[in-house]
Design a binder for this molecule. Structure first.
Ligand code: ARG
Ligand code: MN
Ligand code: MN
Length: 301
């Protein structure tokens, strides 16, 4: 985190951007695993926002094959963007707890309102760079980063105002190991820095994170961390909707968080895709809390 700003924890009990249900129970599981007390113990001032800023999207049935449940996803993100922007205006650090990854459309749009050259570090097994045209699933959580680049449907590129919120030069992906054809094309075309699992195997997490931090911090006026728990290997983090083998090991994930703490560049963050229905006990929710602790400065010695 950049300075020791008070943290506004924004629970987002929502999973209509994903292909399977359950991530909506993620915030409750992460809170039950002791998130708030862990952060407080580390000296953070923490305010837990109740979920009542989110509209009840249950009656909203607007959907289409290429943008599944778009009505609900849009309504959630509009409300979340307002709430995150209010937290930023109040001098707080917004930490959104998901919920599926579509919520980053709202949080990043909010951060980009005050930080006009926002860097984004997207730690994820996936690129989330599909458009409705390239998506193999129609699930909007796989389109979040593309929408923030101004690509895809105006219902989502227009959250928090029309057009692109990010410059592709200020984005780094870390942990990628399952990219769809259209995503690969986009990464090449836009020159997005993508540090894959292959790079992590080859150069080590420390070197990869040094480079990723440079990409998101150089020439920017703030950095948003969007951490998808499926970046971590399913052996450690089984409770997630789209697990992919061959992910970050326990120490690599912690090292990333520790290095971000040291770099002191991050100004807003998401922790997403914890799905307690798929978890092995409370393993994944507990891991999420531990990683958050490393991010705010917990250290071994
Ligand atoms: N945030 C996530 N877990 N995204 C998974 C996306 C999977 C796949 N690429 C899709 O577009 O459907
Ligand atoms: Mn994701
Ligand atoms: Mn993912």
């Amino acid at each position: 985190m950049k300075e020791q700003l008070p943290i506004s924890v924004l629970p987002v009990p929502f999973d209509w951007g994903a292909g399977r249900r359950g991530a909506a129970a993620g915030p409750e599981a992460v809170l039950q695993a002791g998130l708030i007390r862990r952060l407080q113990k580390l000296g953070c001032r923490v305010q837990l926002r109740s979920g009542d800023y989110l509209p009840n999207t249950d009656p909203d049935r607007r959907t289409s094959a290429k943008l599944k449940h778009w009505g609900r996803v849009q309504a959630m993100n509009e409300a979340l963007a307002l709430e995150a922007a209010a937290a930023i205006r109040a001098g707080m650090f917004p930490l959104a707890i998901g919920g599926d990854h579509s919520l980053a459309i709202g949080t990043v749009a909010a951060a980009a309102k005050t930080r006009h050259r926002l860097g984004v570090l997207w730690i994820d097994a996936h690129g989330d760079l599909n458009t409705p045209q390239t998506s193999p699933s129609g699930n909007i959580h796989g389109m979040a980063l593309a929408a923030l680049l101004g690509l895809g449907d105006p219902r989502f590129t227009g959250i928090g105002g029309p057009g692109a919120k990010l410059n592709p030069r200020h984005i780094a992906l870390v942990g990628a190991r399952e990219l769809d054809a259209g995503e690969k094309e986009l990464i090449r075309e836009l020159g997005i820095a993508c540090f894959t699992m292959h790079d992590i195997d080859r150069y080590g997490m420390a070197r990869v994170m040094e480079n990723a931090i440079r990409v998101v911090a150089d020439g920017t006026d703030g950095v948003h961390l969007s951490f998808d728990i499926d970046s971590v290997d399913p052996g450690e983090a089984p409770g997630t909707g789209t697990p992919v083998r061959g992910g970050l090991n326990y120490r690599e994930a912690h090292l990333a968080m520790e290095m971000l703490h040291e770099a002191a560049i991050v100004t807003s963050a998401d922790l997403v895709e914890v799905n307690p229905l798929l978890d092995n006990g409370h393993r994944t929710a507990r891991l999420a809390v531990e990683l958050a602790a490393s991010f705010v400065g917990e250290r071994i010695l």
